[in-house]
Every structure is written in structure tokens, then in C-alpha cells.
Design a protein around this ligand. Structure first.
Ligand code: G3H
Length: 250
């Protein structure tokens, strides 16, 4: 039985006071959500502050990106060990904003995924198709290519601990949510792919999150799909009330 994971990606939002207040509101409420894992992913500079508010409580701490390099002359980059040092347990990798704005590739994702696992961080590997790819009937092909490229060389044991986030690019920040059937179709195909590449037991353990315009009013139906194991939430994770309402639907 997979435990649902409800993750908030705060992206490049909030200031120190806002991050602290949001973390406090989530932390105060989170003991009531013991049947799910809650995760918040603030900007790098607020990791320690948010972590100290969460204080090892019911919400976990994650980052939004990392370098695959261990250390050295990489100006502006952050390593996996630095994230761990700040208390992070998870890291989002390959978000479509990284792929499309910063031109990160599946090969980059692969290096980062392997580096995250080597450091003991749980990678949340994002995949998702563009609208034109969906309209051309290429969704499954695009997702499978991203999966294979991003996860090459990951052992079955580490695959079981990896989180996949399916985020159709056309649904991110647009208010155009995938229907529960569209989400379930891709999630089921991803689980089938994991069984093909690894085995059924591994596929059964991997948590596959849906992301893209998840809100309190659409969360229950999405999270009710058999292969949807949680959500990666952008905009709605910036309001404690909305984030917690989505968590309650999980
Ligand atoms: O990482 C989160 C996704 O990009 C979804 O963002 P959104 O909930 O604002 O559509």
C-alpha cells in the first residue's frame, strides 16, 4: 500500500516572514494528517528557516533543484550534501520550468537523480508533455522517453524509493487541470513502464504524483484514481488553507 505524498512546490515565491508563517500554519495542522506524507519545498535560502519551524514534525522538507556536482568551482550551484545539511530529505528534479526555461535535459536529470540517491535524498523526478505533443498523440512516447533518460542506471532498490511526478506542461499554473481519466491513463502507463524496466514489485512501490492546477475543489477526484499517489502543488501550496484542504482530500 503506497502512502500518499502531498508536496508543495513554493517555486520562487514568498519572503522570509511569509515562508515562516506558511510553514507554521502547516506545521500546526499537520499532526491531523498522519495517514499521508506532507512535504514542502521552499526556495533554497529559506530551507533552514522552514526546517526549524517544521522541527522534524509531520511535514518533510525538500528542495526544488540541485547540482549533480559534489563541490567545487560551480558558481551559484547547490549540492545534494548542502541540501541534506539544511535538513532536506527530498529534491524536485526536472520540473518543466527547469527543462523549458533553463534547458535542462534528460541527461542532466539523470546525473542529478543518481547524485541525489548517492547522497541519500529522495528525488522527485518530473515528467510531462507539452500541449502540442498531447494533441499529436505523443504523450506516452514523450513520458517514456523522459523516464528512460532521467532514470537510466537507477537500481531497482533505489527506483522503489524514487518519486515520479507527472505534470502535463499545459496544466501547470494555467487552471487547466488534467481530467482524472487523463491523469490515471498516464500514471497507469508509467507504472506499467516501471514493471517493464524493473519488476512488478518495484512498480507497486513507486509513488507517482500528479501536478498541474491541483486545487481543493479538484483534488479528491484526482487523488481517488488508483495510480495517483499524491500531488505536486504549485500555486495552491502557497495558501496553508488550500494546501491543507488538498492534503485532507488525500
Ligand atoms: O510543481 C508544481 C507544478 O508546477 C504545478 O503548479 P500549479 O499547481 O501552480 O499548476
Amino acid at each position: 500500500m503506497r502512502k500518499p505524498l502531498i508536496a508543495g512546490n513554493w517555486k520562487m515565491n514568498l519572503d522570509g516572514a511569509g515562508a515562516t508563517a506558511l510553514a507554521r500554519a502547516i506545521s500546526d495542522a499537520s499532526p491531523s494528517y498522519g495517514k499521508i506524507d506532507l512535504l514542502v519545498c521552499p526556495p533554497f535560502v529559506y530551507l533552514k528557516t522552514v526546517g526549524s519551524v517544521l522541527n522534524g514534525g509531520a511535514a518533510l522538507l525538500g528542495a526544488q533543484n540541485m547540482s549533480h556536482e559534489k563541490s567545487g568551482a560551480f558558481t551559484g550551484e547547490i549540492s545534494a550534501s548542502m541540501l541534506k545539511d539544511c535538513g532536506a530529505t527530498h529534491v524536485i528534479l526536472g520540473h518543466s520550468e527547469r527543462r523549458h526555461i533553463y534547458k535542462e535535459t534528460d541527461a542532466d536529470m539523470n546525473k542529478k537523480t543518481l547524485a541525489a540517491h548517492a547522497a541519500g535524498l529522495v528525488p522527485i523526478v518530473c515528467v510531462g508533455e507539452l500541449l502540442e505533443e498531447r494533441e499529436a498523440g505523443r504523450t506516452a512516447e514523450v513520458i517514456r522517453t523522459q523516464f528512460d533518460g532521467s532514470l537510466a542506471g537507477v537500481s531497482a532498490e533505489l527506483m522503489a524509493a524514487t518519486v515520479i511526478a507527472y505534470e502535463p506542461v499545459w496544466a501547470i499554473g494555467t487552471g487547466k487541470v488534467a481530467t482524472p481519466q487523463q491523469a490515471e491513463e498516464v500514471h497507469a502507463d508509467l507504472r506499467k513502464l516501471i514493471a517493464e524496466r524493473y519488476n512488478a514489485a518495484t512498480a507497486d512501490q513507486v509513488r507517482i504524483l500528479y501536478g498541474g492546477s491541483v486545487k481543493p475543489d479538484n483534488a479528491a477526484e484526482l487523488l481517488g484514481q488508483p495510480n495517483v499517489d499524491g500531488a505536486l502543488i504549485g500555486g495552491a501550496s502557497l495558501k496553508a488553507e488550500d494546501f491543507l484542504a488538498i492534503a485532507a482530500a488525500g
